[in-house]
Design a binder for this molecule. Structure first.
Ligand SMILES: Nc1ncnc2c1ncn2[C@@H]1O[C@H](COP(=O)(O)OP(=O)(O)OP(=O)(O)O)[C@@H](O)[C@H]1O
Length: 254
């Protein structure tokens, strides 16, 4: 197995009003190249802290993050990060937001336009290319962020509850689209969620975190793909994995 991302004894403590707040303690994770890892955990268990560290946006208090065996000290161009909060530029249209990472890389305007058009269609935003973020719903803004992240074909995608706020149908459509884009791409995905079903429908591995990022369960999901939510829900293997994850989440809260 080739690990693309590794963490070694990762520890993160924040300081607030002279008090130390430990968010992550001795966190070890190896992410295999080309894999889709769902990281499942309750609110506050350190998932976003972990992703920020993987992305090189914050530095650990101790321990290290390695990307292809190199220490991560700042964001890397090969790694796309879809954060929980909206980071679209309000003064740019949908198209120009999606083109932005390509502009930074010096991609010529005709190629940028073509790629942006393709992504706009893929995320179901045809006809909205000249809208500004304030003119879109929350779900539409999420889709623009997703398209922007994909615009430079990052080899690794870090995603922080990207579909959490969407309605069920849209969520399902985007999950399907993400899997379609991922399968056969060779991209590595680390997908954070607090939803057991989402973790199981998407991941080929689910890592369940408890308090302070303690790994409570690390489970391979060998359910066949594509995984249709309605069919999966009644598959005894899915049901059994779901139960295992529920127990792990409960155990992690202790
Ligand atoms: N900048 C910060 N300053 C102080 N404490 C922080 C900071 N960021 C996170 N924390 C604390 O670290 C812990 C983990 O937070 P984190 O956001 O990583 O959790 P999470 O699992 O992503 O939660 P959620 O699912 O609700 O987004 C929490 O106790 C939180 O209050």
């Amino acid at each position: 197995m080739t690990s693309v991302l590794k963490t070694r004894k990762l520890h993160k403590q924040f300081v607030k009003d002279d008090q130390g707040i430990v968010a992550l303690r001795d966190f070890d994770l190896d992410v295999e190249q080309g894999g889709f890892v769902s990281v499942l955990g309750r609110s506050g268990c350190g998932k976003s802290t972990m992703l920020n560290l993987l992305a090189g946006l914050t530095t650990p208090t101790s321990g290290e993050v390695l990307y292809r065996d190199e220490p991560v000290t700042k964001p890397r161009i090969e790694v796309g990060y879809l954060t929980q909060s909206d980071t679209l530029m309000p003064w740019r249209t949908v198209r120009r937001n999606i083109e932005m990472p390509m502009e930074l890389r010096g991609v010529p305007s005709s190629a940028r336009r073509e790629r942006a058009d393709e992504l706009i269609e893929r995320v179901g935003l045809g006809g909205f290319d000249r809208h500004y973020p304030r003119e879109l719903s929350g779900g539409m803004r999420r889709r623009v962020s997703l398209a922007r992240m994909l615009a430079c074909d990052p080899e690794t995608l870090l995603m922080d509850e990207p579909f959490g706020a969407l309605d069920a149908q849209l969520r399902h459509d985007l999950q399907k689209e993400l899997l379609r884009l991922w399968q056969g791409s060779g991209q590595t995905v680390v997908f954070v969620t607090h939803d057991i079903e989402e973790a199981l429908l998407l991941g080929d591995r689910v890592v369940v975190l408890g308090r302070l990022g303690r790994v409570v369960l690390d489970e391979t999901v060998d359910l066949p793909r594509p995984r249709d939510p309605d069919e999966s829900r009644v598959d005894p293997r899915f049901v059994s994995l779901h139960r295992k994850m529920t127990d792990a989440l409960r155990e992690g809260a202790r």
